[in-house]
Design a protein around this ligand. Structure first.
Ligand code: ADP
Length: 225
C-alpha cells in the first residue's frame, strides 16, 4: 500500500508492506513524481483530491493512524506543518486548527530563516537563551521590524533566532490541552529547538522517527484496512 500525503508545502510518499519499505519527500508541486505506476494508493493532505479515483482520508484521520502506530496510548497529537498547525485530542475526539495565521507554523520559521540566511535545520539547532530576547509581536510581518530593532541594538543573530523559535513554540503550546502523552509530528517536529521548547512548556513531548512522514504512513495504514 502506498500512502501519499499531498501537503501544502511538501508531498510525502511511503510504501508500507508490513513495515516501511520506501519513502520520499518532494516539494508539494512535484507530487506527481511520487505516484507509482502500479499498486494501491491512499491519499491525505491539503491537496489529497488532486489525485482522483483513489481512497483518500483527512489529515486528522491520517495523523491518528500514523501516530498510534508508534505511540498507541498517545493522548494529544500536535501536527506542525508548513502552513498550519493541528492539535488533535484523542481523549474526546476533538481537534483545533490554526490555518489563519503564520505564527506557530513552518512558514513563519522559514520566513525568518531565509531572511537571516540559514537553512531550517541550521535554525532548529539554535535555541539557547531564548528568554533573553523577548519578542512581543506574534504576527510575522510586525515581528520582522521588532527583530531588526533587536539586531540593530546589539543582540546577536543567535539570540534573536532563539527568540523567534520561542515565540513560535509558545504560539503552538497555547493550542495544546494539558496531557501526559503528547506527540509532535509534521515537518517542524524535526526542529530540535521547537521540540525542546515545547517540552519545557508542556512537559516531555514524544517525537516519532521521521515525523514528517507520519500522515503518509497513516494513509497507508488506513488504506490497508
Ligand atoms: P505540509 O504537510 O503542510 O506540507 P510538512 O509536515 O511536510 O507540511 O512540514 C513542512 C515544514 O517542515 C516546512 O515549513 C519545512 O520548513 C519544515 N521542515 C522540513 N524539514 C525540516 C527540518 N529538517 N528542520 C526543521 N523544519 C523542517
Amino acid at each position: 500500500m502506498i500512502g501519499l500525503d499531498l501537503g501544502s508545502t511538501a508531498a510525502k510518499m511511503i510504501r508500507f508492506e508490513g513495515k516501511i519499505k520506501e519513502w520520499r519527500i518532494v516539494k508539494s508541486y512535484q507530487w506527481k513524481e511520487l505516484v507509482p505506476s502500479e499498486g494501491e494508493i491512499c491519499t491525505t493532505g491539503y491537496f489529497r483530491k488532486a489525485l482522483p479515483n483513489v481512497k483518500s482520508i483527512t489529515e486528522i484521520t491520517a495523523a491518528r493512524y500514523g501516530t498510534t502506530y508508534f505511540f498507541p496510548d498517545v493522548e494529544v497529537i500536535v501536527d506542525i506543518g508548513g502552513q498550519d498547525t493541528k492539535v488533535i485530542d484523542m481523549r474526546n475526539n476533538s481537534f483545533v486548527i490554526n490555518d489563519k495565521c503564520s505564527a506557530g507554523t513552518g512558514a513563519f520559521l522559514e520566513f525568518f530563516a531565509e531572511y537571516l540566511g540559514m537553512s531550517m535545520s541550521e535554525m532548529g539547532k539554535i535555541y539557547g537563551n531564548a528568554e533573553k530576547v523577548e519578542l512581543n509581536n506574534t504576527c510575522g510581518i510586525f515581528m520582522l521590524s521588532e527583530i531588526l530593532s533587536k539586531l540593530v541594538n546589539g543582540y546577536s543573530k543567535e539570540e534573536v533566532i532563539s527568540g523567534i523559535q520561542w515565540s513560535c513554540a509558545q504560539k503552538v503550546a497555547s493550542m495544546v490541552p494539558e496531557a501526559d502523552k503528547i506527540a509532535v509530528i509534521g515537518g517542524v517536529a524535526q526542529n530540535e529547538g521547537i521540540v525542546n521548547m515545547l517540552s519545557k512548556i508542556l512537559g516531555n513531548v514524544m517525537v516519532p522517527e521521521h515525523p514528517q512522514l507520519i500522515n503518509a504512513l497513516g494513509a497507508a495504514l488506513y488504506g490497508n484496512k
